[in-house]
Design a protein around this ligand. Structure first.
Ligand SMILES: [Zn+2]
Length: 111
């Protein structure tokens, strides 16, 4: 006899299967800074049309670092940092499901 489908297990399976797509995830957060370059004839001397500098803010060996991102990598890196958030959210949900199952099992054992 086939047991009825459990929504929690279906969700857990779906989340687990989705994790492979997140394998290129990167840690840290995405930062955009604006700055003046210091060249006397540049448009940024007006203080408004500043240059954008994109960075990853990340811990390396426990120390905070800000790493510059080449302009052509910006979209790609932004997506990879976003993958980490999705990974963490999936892990949280999976842990909640498993904790619920653990508590239920424990309750059943004591009954
Ligand atoms: Zn400039």
């Amino acid at each position: 006899m086939k047991s009825p489908p459990e929504p929690d297990l279906q969700l857990r399976g779906k989340l687990i299967r989705s994790l492979g797509a997140l394998r290129e995830m990167l840690p840290g957060s995405f930062v955009e800074r604006t700055r003046a370059c210091g060249r006397p004839n540049c448009h940024c001397t007006d203080g408004k049309r500043l240059h954008s500098q994109y960075q990853i803010s990340v811990l390396i060996d426990g120390k905070p670092r800000a790493l510059n991102i080449p302009a052509e990598w910006v979209e790609n890196v932004r997506q990879k940092i976003g993958m980490r958030r999705r990974f963490d959210a999936a892990a949280d949900t999976i842990c909640k499901i498993n904790l619920k199952r653990f508590l239920k099992e424990k309750e059943g054992r004591q009954a």
